[in-house]
Design a protein. Structure first.
Length: 120
Protein backbone atom coordinates (compact mmCIF):
# COMPACT_ATOMS: atom_id res chain seq x y z
CA UNK A 1 0.00 0.00 0.00
CA UNK A 2 1.17 3.56 -0.63
CA UNK A 3 3.31 5.42 1.84
CA UNK A 4 1.34 7.17 4.57
CA UNK A 5 -1.95 5.39 3.80
CA UNK A 6 -3.10 2.27 5.55
CA UNK A 7 -6.64 0.92 5.64
CA UNK A 8 -7.58 0.10 9.20
CA UNK A 9 -5.20 2.72 10.60
CA UNK A 10 -6.79 5.03 13.19
CA UNK A 11 -6.52 8.01 10.79
CA UNK A 12 -8.27 6.06 8.04
CA UNK A 13 -11.06 4.95 10.36
CA UNK A 14 -11.44 8.51 11.67
CA UNK A 15 -11.75 9.84 8.09
CA UNK A 16 -14.48 7.29 7.34
CA UNK A 17 -16.45 8.75 10.25
CA UNK A 18 -16.93 11.97 8.27
CA UNK A 19 -18.57 10.11 5.37
CA UNK A 20 -22.23 9.22 5.05
CA UNK A 21 -22.52 5.40 4.80
CA UNK A 22 -24.14 5.83 1.35
CA UNK A 23 -21.66 8.44 0.10
CA UNK A 24 -21.57 9.01 -3.65
CA UNK A 25 -18.10 9.75 -5.07
CA UNK A 26 -17.96 10.91 -8.68
CA UNK A 27 -14.21 10.70 -9.21
CA UNK A 28 -13.96 11.69 -12.87
CA UNK A 29 -11.79 9.31 -14.88
CA UNK A 30 -11.47 7.01 -11.87
CA UNK A 31 -15.21 6.26 -11.98
CA UNK A 32 -18.07 6.58 -9.52
CA UNK A 33 -18.81 4.78 -6.29
CA UNK A 34 -21.69 4.50 -3.85
CA UNK A 35 -21.03 3.69 -0.21
CA UNK A 36 -17.94 3.58 1.96
CA UNK A 37 -16.97 0.06 0.84
CA UNK A 38 -16.96 0.91 -2.88
CA UNK A 39 -15.06 4.11 -2.13
CA UNK A 40 -12.42 2.20 -0.18
CA UNK A 41 -12.15 -0.37 -3.00
CA UNK A 42 -11.53 2.38 -5.58
CA UNK A 43 -8.88 3.93 -3.33
CA UNK A 44 -7.25 0.50 -2.94
CA UNK A 45 -7.15 0.15 -6.74
CA UNK A 46 -5.46 3.54 -7.01
CA UNK A 47 -2.96 2.69 -4.30
CA UNK A 48 -2.00 -0.54 -6.09
CA UNK A 49 -0.24 1.54 -8.77
CA UNK A 50 1.39 4.02 -6.39
CA UNK A 51 4.47 3.85 -4.19
CA UNK A 52 3.39 7.13 -2.61
CA UNK A 53 0.10 9.02 -2.66
CA UNK A 54 -0.52 12.28 -0.83
CA UNK A 55 -3.37 14.77 -0.90
CA UNK A 56 -2.82 18.41 0.05
CA UNK A 57 -5.65 20.88 0.60
CA UNK A 58 -4.88 24.16 -1.17
CA UNK A 59 -8.22 26.00 -0.88
CA UNK A 60 -11.60 25.56 0.78
CA UNK A 61 -14.72 27.73 0.54
CA UNK A 62 -18.30 27.49 1.71
CA UNK A 63 -20.63 27.19 -1.27
CA UNK A 64 -24.37 27.65 -1.63
CA UNK A 65 -26.67 25.75 0.69
CA UNK A 66 -25.11 22.49 1.77
CA UNK A 67 -22.14 22.65 -0.63
CA UNK A 68 -18.44 23.10 0.07
CA UNK A 69 -15.76 23.72 -2.58
CA UNK A 70 -12.20 22.48 -2.12
CA UNK A 71 -9.06 22.49 -4.24
CA UNK A 72 -6.53 19.75 -3.60
CA UNK A 73 -3.30 18.52 -5.13
CA UNK A 74 -2.73 14.79 -5.54
CA UNK A 75 0.94 13.88 -5.50
CA UNK A 76 1.52 10.38 -6.84
CA UNK A 77 4.71 8.39 -7.31
CA UNK A 78 4.12 5.50 -9.73
CA UNK A 79 5.12 2.02 -8.62
CA UNK A 80 8.06 0.60 -10.55
CA UNK A 81 8.95 3.64 -12.69
CA UNK A 82 9.17 6.12 -9.82
CA UNK A 83 7.59 8.80 -12.02
CA UNK A 84 6.18 11.57 -9.86
CA UNK A 85 3.25 13.76 -10.79
CA UNK A 86 1.04 16.29 -9.06
CA UNK A 87 -2.55 16.66 -10.24
CA UNK A 88 -4.76 19.57 -9.16
CA UNK A 89 -8.33 18.43 -8.47
CA UNK A 90 -11.34 20.58 -7.59
CA UNK A 91 -14.13 19.03 -5.52
CA UNK A 92 -17.62 19.94 -4.42
CA UNK A 93 -18.84 18.27 -1.26
CA UNK A 94 -22.54 17.97 -0.35
CA UNK A 95 -23.04 17.90 3.41
CA UNK A 96 -26.11 16.18 4.89
CA UNK A 97 -26.68 15.68 8.61
CA UNK A 98 -23.11 16.79 9.30
CA UNK A 99 -21.57 14.12 7.02
CA UNK A 100 -20.17 14.19 3.49
CA UNK A 101 -22.94 12.65 1.37
CA UNK A 102 -21.51 13.35 -2.10
CA UNK A 103 -18.18 14.34 -3.65
CA UNK A 104 -17.95 15.48 -7.26
CA UNK A 105 -14.47 15.95 -8.73
CA UNK A 106 -13.52 18.32 -11.52
CA UNK A 107 -10.28 19.02 -13.34
CA UNK A 108 -11.51 22.54 -14.17
CA UNK A 109 -11.57 25.01 -11.24
CA UNK A 110 -14.19 27.27 -12.81
CA UNK A 111 -16.56 24.35 -13.38
CA UNK A 112 -16.23 23.23 -9.74
CA UNK A 113 -16.75 26.75 -8.41
CA UNK A 114 -19.87 27.11 -10.55
CA UNK A 115 -21.18 23.73 -9.33
CA UNK A 116 -20.80 24.99 -5.74
CA UNK A 117 -22.59 28.26 -6.59
CA UNK A 118 -19.41 30.32 -6.32
CA UNK A 119 -17.42 32.72 -8.50
CA UNK A 120 -13.70 33.28 -8.95
Amino acid sequence: MAEGVEAGAPEFEEALGFLDPGIVWNAGDLGSTRGREQMAALLDDLLEIADAYEISLTEIREGEGDLVYAAVERAITAKGSGIETTIPVFITFRIENGLIAQMDEYLDRHEALEAAGLRE
